[in-house]
Design a protein around this ligand. Structure first.
Ligand code: GLU
Length: 424
C-alpha cells in the first residue's frame, strides 16, 4: 500500500491554487522569484517527512528566522536578560512598524522587526559583527539537519534599501536597548534573514519545536523545553503580525511567515508544517500558503483550541496476583502521565482501595512522564506506603529516576519482572 498522505497533500496544492497577491518588491532581489512556485512539507515530531510541489526551490528565510533567533537569545542569555529588553505583547501592527514601549523604547515583541533587531543584538552580545551571523547560520543548519548558506545577493539587495530597519535600529540604540553600532546590527539581521532554505528545511525546523527542541532526525537537543514553550507562545500571539488574531482563531496553529513567501506552523507534540509560495497578501504573507494552512487545519483537525480528546487512560490493567498475605496488586500503566491522565489514575486507586499488602506499578508501557505526572505518582506511592502498602516499581526505561516520595520512603525500582523476582 502507498501512503495516502502525499496524494492528499498534492490535492491540497491543487485546491489552493490562486494567482492573486504580489511578490515583495521592497527588497528588489525578492521580486525576481518565480511567482508560480508552490511547495508544502510536513514533518512529524518523530521525523517522518511528507513533501509535495516545488520543495527543492530555495528561498531566503526572512522573518521565519525571528522565532529561532529569539530562542537562541533565550538559550544563550537566559529569560530575565531577554525579557528585560524585548516584551511579549502583540503589537497588532505591520512587521516593520516602530512598535516600542513608551518611555523605555522596549520593542513590543520579538516577531516584529524592532524586537528581532534587539534579539539579534542579544545574540551578538558585544562580540565582533560576524559572530552572531555565524551562530545563527549554524543554529538554523542544526535545526534543518544540513549546512545552510547565506544568499549574499538578497542580503546586499536588502541592505541597499534598508532605510526603515536602519531607522528602527537607530531608535533602539537611542533608547539604549543595545549598545552596538546600529548599522552593524541591521547588517547582521539582514544576513540572518538571507539564510537560504527549502520547505523541507523549514518543516524540519518547525518539527524540532513540535518535538520540544529535539531535532527529530539527528536527535540533537537544540532548545530546552522552556525555550520552546516561550517561542511557541510568542509565535501564537505575535507571529502573524496584524493578522495574528484572525490566524489563531481560524487556523489555530502557532506560525511565522516571511516576506519571501514561506510560512511555518507548529503543532506541539505532533507536527511541523512549511509552505512556500511567493505571492503575498496585504499583510506580507503568502496567499497560497495561508490557503494551504487553512485547508490542512480544517481537514486534519489541527486547530490547537479544538477541545482535545480526553486523555487516554494510563491505567491499562489492574489485577491481583496470588492469595492471602502473599498477594499483590499489579497496576500496569501506559502512555503519557500528564495532569489529567494522572488524575484518572489517582481516582481509580481512591475509588477502589488497594487491599493487598504489596503493590507493583509496572511502567513498561509508559511513554513519557511529565513533571506533574511524576509528582502525582510519587505522592500516590508515598501515601500508599503511609497506609501500610509496600510499593515497588518496574521501570525498564528509567522514566522515574531517583523516586523520592518526600514521605521518607523511596520505592524499590526494578528493570523487569525477572529482576523483581530475583530480588524477591
Ligand atoms: N528582512 C525582512 C525585513 O526586515 C523580513 C521581513 C519579513 O519577512 O516579514 O524587512
Amino acid at each position: 500500500m502507498r501512503s495516502p498522505l502525499p496524494d492528499y497533500l498534492t490535492e491540497v496544492l491543487r485546491g489552493c491554487a490562486d494567482s492573486s497577491g504580489a511578490l515583495a518588491d521592497y527588497i528588489p532581489e525578492l521580486a525576481r522569484a518565480d511567482p508560480d512556485r508552490f511547495a508544502l512539507t510536513l514533518v512529524t515530531a518523530e521525523g517522518a517527512v511528507y513533501s509535495v510541489g516545488d520543495d527543492h526551490t530555495e528561498f531566503t528565510i526572512q522573518s521565519i528566522s525571528k522565532p529561532f533567533v529569539y530562542g537562541l537569545a533565550l538559550q544563550q542569555r537566559g529569560f530575565d536578560a531577554v525579557l528585560d529588553v524585548i516584551d511579549v505583547e502583540p503589537s497588532g501592527e505591520a512587521f516593520n512598524e516602530v512598535s516600542l514601549e513608551r518611555n523605555t523604547g522596549r520593542p513590543l515583541n520579538p516577531m516584529i522587526n524592532a524586537g528581532a533587531l534587539a534579539a539579534h543584538a542579544l545574540v551578538l552580545d558585544g562580540r565582533q559583527p560576524e559572530a552572531s551571523v555565524e551562530d545563527i547560520r549554524s543554529l538554523l543548519s542544526s535545526l534543518a539537519g544540513r549546512e545552510l548558506t547565506i544568499d549574499e545577493k538578497v542580503a546586499s539587495s536588502e541592505l541597499e534599501n534598508s532605510y526603515r530597519n536602519v531607522a528602527i535600529a537607530n531608535l533602539l540604540r537611542g533608547y539604549e536597548v543595545f549598545e552596538d553600532d546600529p548599522d552593524e546590527i541591521v547588517e547582521g539581521y539582514i544576513r540572518q534573514c538571507s539564510v537560504t532554505v527549502t520547505t523541507k528545511d523549514l518543516a524540519m525546523m518547525a518539527a524540532t519545536l513540535a518535538a520540544g527542541g529535539v531535532q527529530p532526525v539527528t536527535c540533537e537537543e537544540i532548545f530546552s523545553r522552556d525555550v520552546v514553550r516561550q517561542v511557541l507562545s510568542v509565535m501564537a500571539t505575535c507571529g502573524m503580525y496584524d493578522a495574528a488574531g484572525d490566524w489563531l482563531s481560524t487556523v489555530g496553529i502557532p506560525a511565522k511567515s516571511g516576506v519571501s513567501g514561506g510560512i511555518i506552523g507548529i503543532l506541539p507534540g505532533q507536527l511541523g508544517i512549511a509552505a512556500y509560495s511567493p505571492r503575498l497578501d496585504d499583510h506580507g504573507t503568502s496567499v497560497q500558503g495561508v490557503a494551504a494552512f487553512g485547508r490542512l487545519s480544517r481537514d486534519m483537525n489541527l486547530h490547537l483550541m479544538d477541545a482535545p480528546m480526553v486523555a487516554h487512560s494510563v491505567l491499562r490493567r489492574r489485577h491481583v496476583i496470588g492469595e492471602g498475605d502473599e498477594s499483590l496488586t499489579l497496576l500496569e500503566l501506559q502512555g503519557d502521565l500528564q495532569f489529567t491522565s494522572s488524575e484518572g489514575l489517582v481516582t481509580a486507586v481512591v475509588d477502589e482501595p488497594v487491599e493487598t499488602k504489596r503493590l507493583v506499578f509496572d511502567l513498561s508501557l509508559v511513554r513519557t512522564i511529565l513533571p506533574v505526572g511524576r509528582r502525582m505518582l510519587l505522592e500516590m506511592i508515598g501515601r500508599l506506603h503511609r497506609d501500610g502498602v509496600e510499593v515497588v516499581v518496574i521501570d525498564p526505561e528509567g522514566h522515574l529516576p531517583e523516586p523520592d516520595t518526600g514521605y521518607g520512603f523511596r520505592p524499590q525500582v526494578h528493570t523487569s519482572w525477572e529482576d523483581l523476582e530475583a530480588q524477591g
